[in-house]
Write a protein that binds this ligand. Sequence first.
Ligand code: HGY
Ligand code: MN
Ligand code: MN
Length: 410
Amino acid sequence: MKFGKRILEQADRLAEFTEDEGRLTRTYLTPKHREAGEQIAAWMREAGMEAGFDALGNVVGRYAGDRADAPVVLTGSHMDTVVDAGRYDGTFGILTAIACVQDLHKRRKRLPFAFEIVAFCDEEGVRFGVTLIGSRALAGRFTPEMLKARDKDGVTLKEALVAFGGRPEAIPLLSRKGIAAFVESHIEQGPVLLDEGLPVGVVTSIAGASRVKARVTGLAGHAGTVPMPGRRDALAAAAEMALAVERHCASRPRELVGTVGKFAIAGGGAVNVIPGSVEFTIDLRSGNDAHRKAAVAELQVALNEIAQRRGVTLDWDLFFELEAMPCDEALQAALAESVKAHGVAVRHLPSGAGHDAMELAHIAPMAMLFVRCGDGGISHNPRETMTAEDADIATSVLLHFLENFQPPNP
Ligand code: HGY
Ligand code: MN
Ligand code: MN
């Protein structure tokens, strides 16, 4: 085994950079972001790359090509995590690429393209509620509006970026053009490869997503004196709405998945007060944009009907929409060749999870390589797991792809 054992050890090391005692949470523009970024940059330099933070807090490593004006191939994944995360989501895509460069460097081999690895600064959007921050900047899709997003303490993204040593004014310079390809390796975060006994798979497309912030306003009241029929209980209404989301998506299992991931009583609630205001989020995903958009519209109607019947009001803020993104056919075929070269059956599969690759697809042909997850494919959970053997095969497949990739003449 050439790569796998060290990659898992490095993932263990990065998991130590957490802002939460006893669990892995690493969010954007925090001291742990900086420490993890410095560790990643150090590994990139050890592998023969120039590396450092960019103006937005991405860590970018560059392995020069065989000539100064060689085209650029990009790879990478995100270095931030969800709350109480697993240690391979995002991280694996960074470490596997560094391992490839380390091997090329050891052999003094240069490729017919410059190879850049990006540890994207924030894909999950945990701190500011804005996702895909680093990859949007490279795709030229970062907007000044995003700088105004605030964290739970009211700190704006811009204030945090300046305090981090970032340069908001330089963000437009990060957008890239003429990239020959973007390939992201990522854990599958699902059970398909595990169920079929395959170490890797080639992604066909990445599901689109819609996210809603819903606020239900009823009437706070005394838990002991307000008769049941007269209540305008915001929590009971929101709970019925959450079940409606589940029922709607469960009735279309092949098209949709829906999740109420955040659910809170304004002010935290009290044991003897009928909740007057509740906020929750809805996350809808589908490989088919028309199905997803129809579901958003249908659910808005259904939840408003619940609100009307219960005498509460519903505020509906559709704050995030991302179209499903197909992977480049030619790159999929090239990845499939590299999978075959390792004696592995080629399995094409869609990604239900979103990835930075969705943004890079706006500026380059994009593809993804999935690697098997253990424990039922669980992810966004500290039980996330993968094997060193699979990390090794996936890295070897990526390296084979890189050594056989001929970028089109610019
Ligand atoms: O939500 C997602 O699909 C990704 O993990 N950010
Ligand atoms: Mn994730
Ligand atoms: Mn991820």
